[in-house]
Write a protein that binds this ligand. Sequence first.
Ligand code: WTA
Length: 658
Amino acid sequence: MTTLTDMTEAHTEVLTSYPPSADFAAAANATAALYDEAEADRLAFWAEQAHRLSWDTPFTEVLDWSQAPFAKWFVGGKLNVAYNCVDRHVEAGNGDRVAIHWEGEPVGDSRVLTYAQLKDEVCKAANALTELGLVAGDRVAIYMPMVPEAIVAMLACARLGVMHSVVFAGFSATALRARIEDAEAKLVITTDGQYRRGNAVSLKEAVDEAVKGQDCVQHVLVVRRTGIDVDWTDGRDLWWHEKVDAASTEHTPEAFDAEQPLFLLYTSGTTGKPKGIIHTSGGYLTQASYTHFNVFDIKTDTDIYWCTADIGWVTGHTYIVYGPLSNGATQVVYEGTPASPDEHRHFQVIEKYGVTIYYTAPTLIRTFMKWGREIAFAHDLSSLRLLGSVGEPINPEAWRWYRLVFGADATPIVDTWWQTETGAAMISPLPGVTDCKPGSAMRPLPGISAKIVDDDGNELQPSSDHGEHLTGYLVLDKPWPSMLRGIWGDPERFKETYWARFAEQGWYFAGDGARYGSDGEVWVLGRIDDVMNIAGHRISTAEVESALVGHAGVAEAAVVGASDDTTGQAICAFVILKAHHAEMSNEQMVDELRAEVAREISPIAKPREIHVVPELPKTRSGKIMRRLLRDVAEGRELGDTSTLVDPTVFEAIRAGKS
Ligand code: WTA
């Protein structure tokens, strides 16, 4: 575990703050009055936000918290999520508005989908899914690159009350298989292949491997994206262009209960087994829509919004699919990587579409910094008026660079803190209201309540600008509409993971360390559990350890996250090899192990370093002391070694590391 003391030492505050310009503030969707309204009557405030949506049956109660920590929001209300994201905009006369400017990875490959066209596509897909026997409550796994059909597939599921479980297309067949199995998905939707830096590579192959021998999966629906050859299982496999394109564009949406499960999204926990986070309909969509409107200041007639996330992560769910579409926004969806075909691509896309709002991750900002500002300055970025950041703490230097280079040193930056579990943004500036300090997500949004507390649940005091900063645990002390409703198939783990730490107070434990700044603003410092944050991706140490020890040559493994200039953290592994594997050189073994982790989890989980060591530092009770390994990985002086069984192991580990 990273201790709170580690964090305190690592942190220094930068004091300059950046107020919004008068022009921005004057035209902003959100004003400071939102805080007052929420403060005056929190539940009435959320009821009002829920009225951003179209309800088929009005709700009778805002929140039922009697079964805490299992919440019910907007009790008795009924709505259809896809209707809210698509149909109602067409009915309001905005069918010709562009919903998605899709930009493929190959230059020149682009598509436009208006809201009317999106509606037709979603209806066809919903009809096709119904023909395949899917009914409300079923689960569908979606394993696709960033193509429009991925969004259509998600909305088609939502329309039918079917839960989607989107699995990042960079995950391995093994990871996909585990997620399909856990959710007992009946259908997998995928593509033949995907583009990776100009090359078409297979995706369906991984699906074939993942569904082999699985009884639950009845069909695999395949979008033709690259045209590469695929193996075909007759009866099971179906082409999207045959099945969906043949279906009718007429489909009447059914209204579902506000608590109808909407999706499952797997995220790493402190054990090797990923957790299927459950989100439901009315509360989730309310907060997605409310935050997207106020935090991103979306103006549907003039803004071109671009969130660079992948739909495989929660940011893609909330701020590509449900937030923007429920608000009727026009957005850019880009299929490829930022360096495809070269480092100019994101800037070209901003220029081409006149992007006004750009939302990305600190790791990418740091990559742009490495590439150099000349690349950005070769393009006209003057359309940008608002920038966003998510996924990990943004270091003040990257924040200032982002504002200077992307935002002409003028745009507000919204640093949004949230999690897969929270469903939508929780702590963030309001762009026309908040004076921002680079690196701080500032205050909980109106309607949201968070605290930073010590081990006993006492709230910390704001830090002074000088001297020691007190670090504590970030907790959410009041329920919120888009909160997770549980972990799929494991209510006990849900209670244990999030609600046991401060059970007495009934608070949600976020797993992040944080401190207050001098104005009472929140500085989130990072995870305090055994979850690493690699380029904004949550990966648990246990997952990587279990992939490593899954290799026949490995006796024991310990994994820690060490700081990295680009990815925030990088994976650093220490392994003890079995004696009989001596015939392979350590270098060969390390290469093989890195490949093994990529195969078992994903290339994003490949350790930056693997050190072959003779022993691991353990406490007398046998627990690996990760804190000490982190010290070694980061080249620091060793912390307290007095609880170690054998303090001399470090000489050996250091020797192995060099
Ligand atoms: C981290 C992503 C600091 C944090 C939406 C959290 C952040 C985890 C920020 C959730 C931020 C996310 N500042 N840290 N603005 N945003 N985090 O589930 O550690 O992929 O607990 O959700 O990312 O990651 P997840």
